[in-house]
Ligand binder design. Sequence first.
Ligand SMILES: [Zn+2]
Length: 329
Amino acid sequence: MSNTRQFFTRREAVSVLGCAAASLPLWPIPDAVAAPLRYKLDPKKIADGVWVLFGANEPITMKNGGAIANISILDTRDGVIVIDTGPSLRFGTALKSIVEQLTGKPIARVLITHFHPDHVFGNQAFEPKLIAAPQGVVDGLKRSGEEFATAMYQLAGDWMRGTELILPNKIIDTDHEDIGERRLRYLTLGGHTDTDLAIFDERSGILFCGDLVFLDRAPTTPHADLGIWRKSLKRLENIKSTRMVGGHGPAESGTRGITQTVDWLNTIEQTIGDACERGLTMTEAFQEPLPAWTAKIALARYEFERSVMHLYPKLEASKLPRVDQSNSP
Ligand SMILES: [Zn+2]
């Protein structure tokens, strides 16, 4: 942690996590959200013993409490598997209660796909020894978890009350795990962040892709490596699945989520690269036209602008050598 700053500035918090409430004052929390808050969880059954809580196709706001990511529940004879835990202690507690209502069984395993806060801050509701993730996810949380917590309190307000970062206690270092009648194949990939876990449930044939796949909702890129991300999507495309559950958006059969995510990554890389090449400022780059197909993608302009903020400084640094490191007179 020695080189890591402990706190985000407000601008960084908004840049990394995104926020439709960016123009609102952060403190004090408005009276409207001071009343007791309750997530309305609505599990959708997508296969025998498999449910998904679909996240809102929105940025993190004080209205949705950060419940924007898809959370999956898989029943087995030996207990229940949960994939990702949501944005807060309050969400995790509601999730645990839904699992009990649906199955009447204890939790056997909690899997964390990557270190982004909308997927991981419900951990506190579960026993740490049951929570598993690849080492890279745990390292990322150690590095940035406190900063994410600060930013989430700022963006989601009272929904976060009492929420603390709980690290997964079990490291995933094998390529599969058997729980009850289900064999889960673990694919430790990357690109959306430095470590992204995808999970293939052999019994249902469902591929849980985490945020490697976005469908009908623009992908987020604050920690992305676009080249690695595309390679990971190739790997996922080669798996014969009955259905894909991405981190955001609907669950479908076929590979539309993969194709659309690749198209988006190519589009932003090309558009932002061109804008930088032409010497546009970041504010000018925000206005660049996007292809017509993106009109149907939720948050396309919003995420494009955020991607400009994430990717522009890197592009400028690679194209414009620092004056004090240049050989020119
Ligand atoms: Zn993410």
